[in-house]
Design a protein around this ligand. Structure first.
Ligand code: 5GP
Length: 242
């Protein structure tokens, strides 16, 4: 067991990071809490952390198998994964395949419309500012990342999106959009971090359009747990053990 007791490095809205006896390795614990609209809306359900941790674990392994650098190392328990410590780039990268959420509101395009190409947006990771959308000039003046690093993130983000579009399509799910975060590992390589699940992406049933992700919570659609369980079932190939 790598984890030191009481060695909490950081506690966020949905996850806790623990240090371990190896400074290059952390443990990421997924909480049962759900938040939306910059934590103005709060909820939780028992088992949510374990479901998301296991979904993320399977997806990270799939990406790694296809050559994408990921921070994931192994599953430590149903709700904890062992990860490489990353120095995070303070940018959230959103890749969109169909119109939903803030894009619907910002551009007035109806929800669900397919985009002619994956649309990339950058957001400045700053809770106190509500994670504002930024452009490349903003990123330059804030010195969040160099142009070369942004180009690298863009290429990696598009690659992850392309892999996951197919992965989910094969499981009868439409990947509407996804939020990704990247960081530097101890060897100086850019690596995909954070999580990849129904908290950080929009996943709709391919046939019916049913929303399976966190929008059930955001939009008060009900049966949030059932939505996450459906994502798990399609990703894992079997129902979650309760
Ligand atoms: P939108 O900008 O439409 O609200 O979100 C676009 C995508 O990024 C959605 O899949 C959404 O779940 C994800 N996303 C954007 N910002 C955040 C965030 O701060 N936290 C989480 N969990 N997901 C986010």
């Amino acid at each position: 067991m790598l984890q030191h007791p009481d060695a909490t490095l950081y506690e966020g809205k949905a996850k806790i990071l623990f240090s371990t006896s190896d400074p290059k390795i952390l443990v990421q614990e997924f909480k049962d809490d759900l938040t939306a609209f910059n934590a103005q809306k709060k909820g939780s359900f028992f088992g949510k952390g374990a479901i998301n941790c296991q979904i993320s674990s399977i997806i990270f392994q799939h990406l790694a198998n296809l050559g994408v650098p990921v921070h994931y190392r192994s599953l430590d328990s149903p709700r904890r994964m062992v990860i490489d410590r990353l120095d995070m780039v303070p940018i959230e990268v959103v890749v969109r395949n169909r119109v939903a959420g803030s894009l619907t509101r910002r551009l007035g395009i109806p929800e669900g419309e397919s985009l002619p190409f994956p649309v990339i947006e950058w957001y400045y990771k700053r809770d106190d500012l509500g994670d504002p959308m930024v452009n490349r000039d903003h990123i330059r003046i804030l010195k969040l990342a160099s142009d070369a690093v942004l180009d690298e993130i863009r290429i990696l983000g598009l690659r992850v999106n392309e892999i996951l579009l197919q992965y989910f399509r094969e499981r009868s799910i439409s990947l509407v959009d996804i939020k990704l975060e990247f960081g530097w590992n101890s060897s100086g390589f850019l690596v995909l971090g954070d999580e990849v699940d129904g908290d950080t992406s929009r996943l709709w049933d391919l046939e019916t359009g049913e929303k399976l992700d966190k929008d059930r919570f955001r939009m008060d659609l009900g049966s949030v747990k059932e939505g996450y369980e459906k994502i798990y079932e399609r990703v894992a190939g079997h129902a979650i053990e309760s």
